[in-house]
Ligand binder design. Structure first.
Ligand code: ATP
Ligand code: MG
Length: 342
């Protein structure tokens, strides 16, 4: 993380970038006006495919990517990976990324727990779990010393997908936490205890994802202390990198004082629209600053992704074969194959 931070001579996202319409980039990214392909560009297509129309090309491309995904099962991590999804900027795709990566990994058979640490409760909604005010929730864990086992719910999405919901009570937690003992470690302690119990019972989780609110308050600090990895979603829009240095500084402080294991393991570019120069510029800038952390997969801007939560679903179950779903499946595969940072 610290090298990423040192490298961050942040500039406006409108600086170095390939000219529009040019095919390819030194990082291997395939973005151009004539070939709008998202997902993992390392999966290349054969030149002799019959692709007479844009729609035929799109379908052939999706099929090829689907086949590539089903070729090899995903490796299970040697120990539970606890990943905090954070960016204090609002609306960049934190929740969408949390629930869809979780669903994608659960679909592959991994046992996954999502902790909704945002009073908005959007992750709980997307995973179809109860989160009315009276529902036992993450609030009971971080403020009232409740046990995680008492608040976990199974998501109807997949058999191996679980969620600790957030209710409206969490909105007051930032203030209530201030006067509590070990205010920064409350989630970490409760989670460690629960993970040890489940492991002992032969029900070890492979992944825990923590969805953070758009702020750098005590809830987010609790998430950083409980995790060993941070995944930062970055929206492919203007001002994308603004505020990133503050986020990285905070993570560095947590690493130094509260959680030496914490690393920024992944950066995921979201809401990518390859028809705009701006999106291409953001991708180029992020890859230049974070060559190791940036995932190859780009998440496209997609109506299906934004519709899914309205049905209490992730896009993985709502429209499995849509480009948005396939991109999240690819991002999940990349995350699993890269493994935890050493
Ligand atoms: P907050 O900071 O409020 O917690 P967030 O960072 O969690 O927001 P999301 O809630 O995931 O962001 O996304 C913000 C909005 O953008 C939502 O309406 C979501 O449905 C939509 N959205 C996210 N990703 C995509 C995408 N790839 N394509 C289209 N819409 C998207
Ligand atoms: Mg959110």
């Amino acid at each position: 993380m610290s090298c990423a931070h040192d490298r961050l001579g942040l500039r406006s996202p409108t600086t170095t970038h390939p000219p529009p319409g040019r095919r390819g980039h030194s990082s291997g990214l395939i973005v151009s006006r004539e070939t709008w392909r998202y997902g993992d560009p390392s999966v290349s297509s054969s030149a002799d495919d019959d692709r007479s129309t844009p729609l035929a090309r799109e379908l052939a491309d999706l099929n090829r990517r689907k086949q590539a995904l089903s070729r090899e099962p995903l490796p299970a991590p040697a120990k539970t990976r606890v990943i905090t999804v954070s960016n204090q900027k609002g609306g960049v795709g934190k929740t969408t990324t949390t629930v869809n990566l979780s669903a994608a990994l659960a679909r592959s058979g991994a046992r996954v727990l999502v902790i909704d640490l945002d009073p908005q409760g959007n992750a709980s909604t997307a995973l179809g779990v109860e989160h009315r005010a009276e529902t036992p929730s993450v609030y009971d864990v971080v403020v009232n010393d409740g046990a995680v086992a008492d608040v976990v719910q199974k998501s109807p999405e997949f058999d191996t997908l679980f969620c600790i919901p957030a209710t409206i009570h969490l909105a007051g937690a930032e203030i209530e936490l201030v006067s509590l003992v070990a205010r920064e470690q409350r989630l970490s302690r409760a989670l460690s205890e629960y993970l040890a119990e489940t492991e002992k019972a032969g029900e070890r989780y492979d992944y825990v994802f923590i969805d953070c609110p758009p702020s750098l308050g005590l809830l987010t600090i609790n998430a950083f202390v409980a995790a060993s990895e941070v995944l930062i979603p970055i929206q492919c829009e203007y001002y994308a990198l603004e505020g990133l240095s503050q986020l990285l500084r905070n993570i560095q402080l947590i690493e130094k004082h509260l959680n030496p294991q914490l690393k920024v393991s992944s950066i995921l570019l979201t809401m990518y629209d390859g028809r705009t120069n701006l999106a291409q510029q953001v991708v180029a800038d992020v890859r230049e600053h974070f060559p190791d952390e940036a995932l190859n997969t780009l998440i496209p801007r997609s109506v299906r992704i934004s519709e899914a939560p309205g049905y209490g679903q992730t896009v993985i179950s709502y429209d499995t074969n849509s480009p948005g779903s396939i991109s999240y499946l690819e991002a999940a595969a990349e995350l699993a194959r890269r493994g935890a940072p050493q």
